[in-house]
Design a protein around this ligand. Sequence first.
Ligand SMILES: NC(=O)c1ccc[n+]([C@@H]2O[C@H](COP(=O)([O-])OP(=O)(O)OC[C@H]3O[C@@H](n4cnc5c(N)ncnc54)[C@H](OP(=O)(O)O)[C@@H]3O)[C@@H](O)[C@H]2O)c1
Length: 251
Amino acid sequence: MSYPILILGGTTEAYELADRLVAAGQLRVISSLAGRTESPRLPAGEVRIGGFGGVEGLAEFLRIQAIRCVIDATHPFAAQMGWHAWEACTLCDVPLLRLERPPWTPASGDRWEEVASWSEAVERLQRLNAKRIFLAIGRQELQHFAGLDDRWFLIRLVSPPDPLPPFCRAEWLYARGPFDLAAERAMLDRYRIEAIVCKNSGSEATAAKLIAARERAIPVVMRKRPPRSPEVQSVATVEAVLDWLSRVSKM
Ligand SMILES: NC(=O)c1ccc[n+]([C@@H]2O[C@H](COP(=O)([O-])OP(=O)(O)OC[C@H]3O[C@@H](n4cnc5c(N)ncnc54)[C@H](OP(=O)(O)O)[C@@H]3O)[C@@H](O)[C@H]2O)c1
């Protein structure tokens, strides 16, 4: 039963799933990457890179490759791909499963301000009156904060954005997680951070800053995840995907 399956990837979980399925050797595993990263790490199995060209393009790919099921393992903040997958799989009658790590949830002592958009995040920052802000939101949406000329930002990214958004007062920090608690504590103290802005990625690798913020009663403006189709079944672990695949293969 070596049928082809498609993993929509770009996350740690997607790499892990591809590794497990290729090692099991029972399926033809095709992973898809959006192509945003230059020289990305390649998942095990077959790989295709770049957008499909919307719902129609993805549906065509599913038909041509005779894909038997799709696992949407894109990042929790990849807002579009999941909806396209849902529409294309519905059109082609292909089973679809979402693999998504659970979001972080606030613990006692946390001062979270949950927001659904970056404009809301900017409003909250203004209301909080925090002057020294740690931005940990990745590179793509920084421009929303660049107009806050009366604030100072510490902006942590994996690598420098090109072009650099026009922040009046900012320090740029280039680092790749995981980040440990001692280092996060030291960073918040050293830069005298008064508020943090981040996305609820749920990643263990970047969770330590939230503990350090809780200890210091620093408010965290937390962007909520974008909405998903309620019709798509979602699981939180690679094990649960393997279990689902074994059931789907018997159908
Ligand atoms: N957003 C984040 O914070 C974040 C963080 C880490 C990793 N990523 C990864 O980076 C990718 C792009 O993120 P995004 O926020 O731009 O996603 P998005 O808003 O959901 O997707 C935008 C477009 O990019 C293409 N695309 C996205 N994921 C793809 C995939 N796995 N394979 C082929 N095409 C894909 C699709 O183009 P077409 O319509 O042409 O098919 C999609 O319509 C995602 O795969 C995600 O897993 C995102």
